[in-house]
Design a protein around this ligand. Structure first.
Ligand SMILES: Nc1nc2c(ncn2[C@@H]2O[C@H](COP(=O)(O)OP(=O)(O)OP(=O)(O)O)[C@@H](O)[C@H]2O)c(=O)[nH]1
Ligand SMILES: [Mg+2]
Length: 310
């Protein structure tokens, strides 16, 4: 008897949701950076566990939203949890411990606040979640137990898994448990498929990842990438044109870099990864545009399945 269903991964920004999704799928389906709020819309990845197919829904981090895009992202994250057969709330144990021992930076303090918001949200929804304590690598077990106990005492969790999405510890136990929670039924995707993001969107995400990896400190709120042309060529290669949107004129030179070196690096890294993912040579052309209202454009939301009016 086969099983198939949805498992949503929710959590504060930077908890490691996309890293865990990729690890469970065994392929890169969702981009990962050290910057918070990397994932903007739910990304599906297909993981197999024996006869069970687990469709992972990697969601944007849940935090207190202010701008339109933030609201849409948080709404989408809760939407992902709502429709799932299993919900994993992923918590960055290193951030929790940093707050306890007083060494926390601003981002870690925010993460703790976000964890509380999520617990309240789960309570309000009457949903039980699996608690995934992530980033246990390099942390002493005794130190984590008090944190786990405090979170578990909130009553919103059915069970706990201690994992490292980065090095894989504990992840197979979580996979096996998720498989059990999937309802009986036929598989929803062909066995060899790992993702369902359209190629244009995937290509845009890969470029966005490279931008964040390279200039995350200088670009406070981020950029958007749109694939404007995607052509399969006669010789088997792909020709991809993309526009990078930044919000201010002052951000253009950040993305370009001295003599265009930064943009060149971004383009080269993105092209290499795309060539591997698409399994063919890729010609990538990047243009940088300033549009202070890109985050308020309705088309952008529809394209990635976000609710413009959230
Ligand atoms: N040490 C350690 N770092 C991790 C682990 N999992 C993820 N990270 C790092 O944490 C950062 C954030 O990882 P992501 O997977 O992008 O986190 P996310 O929860 O998807 O973040 P958003 O999409 O912004 O909500 C990256 O720098 C990862 O390399 C882990 O198990 N251990
Ligand atoms: Mg993510």
């Amino acid at each position: 008897m086969t099983r198939a269903g949805f498992a949503a991964i929710i959590g504060a920004p930077n908890a490691g949701k996309s890293t865990l999704t990729n690890r469970l799928v065994g392929a890169k389906v969702s981009i990962v950076t050290q910057k918070v709020q990397t994932t903007r819309f739910p990304v599906r990845g297909v993981a197999m566990a024996g006869e069970a197919q687990i469709i992972l829904v990697d969601t944007p981090g849940i935090f207190s939203p202010r701008r339109r895009l933030d609201r849409a992202m948080v709404r989408a994250a809760w939407g992902g949890a709502d429709e799932a057969d299993a919900v994993v709330h992923l918590v960055d144990v290193q951030a929790e411990l940093a707050v306890e021992d007083g060494s926390a930076k601003a981002a870690e303090k925010r993460a703790i606040h976000d964890v509380e918001t999520i617990i309240e949200g789960l309570k309000a929804a009457g949903k039980q979640a699996i608690l995934g304590m992530n980033k246990i690598d390099g942390v002493k077990r005794e130190r984590m137990l008090a944190v786990v106990q405090r979170l578990f005492d909130t009553g919103v969790y059915s069970e706990v898994f201690m994992i490292s999405a980065a090095d894989g510890s504990g992840v197979e136990d979580l996979r096996a448990r998720l498989a059990e929670l999937m309802p009986e039924g036929p598989w929803l995707y062909p066995e060899e498929q790992t993702a369902d993001l359209p190629a244009r969107l995937l290509a845009a995400e890969i470029t966005r990842e490279k931008i964040y990896l390279r200039v995350h400190e200088e670009l406070p709120y981020a950029a958007a990438v749109e694939t404007t042309a995607f052509q399969e060529r006669q010789d088997g290669s792909a020709r991809i044109e993309q526009t990078i949107y930044v919000e201010r004129e002052s951000q253009r030179p950040i993305v370009l870099g001295k003599n265009g070196q930064t943009l060149k690096w971004i383009g080269q890294k993105a092209r290499e990864e795309l060539a591997e993912l698409l399994d063919r040579p890729v010609h990538l052309f990047l243009t940088v545009k300033v549009d202070e209202r890109w985050a308020d454009k309705r088309e952008f939301y529809g394209d990635v399945g976000l609710d413009f009016d959230a």
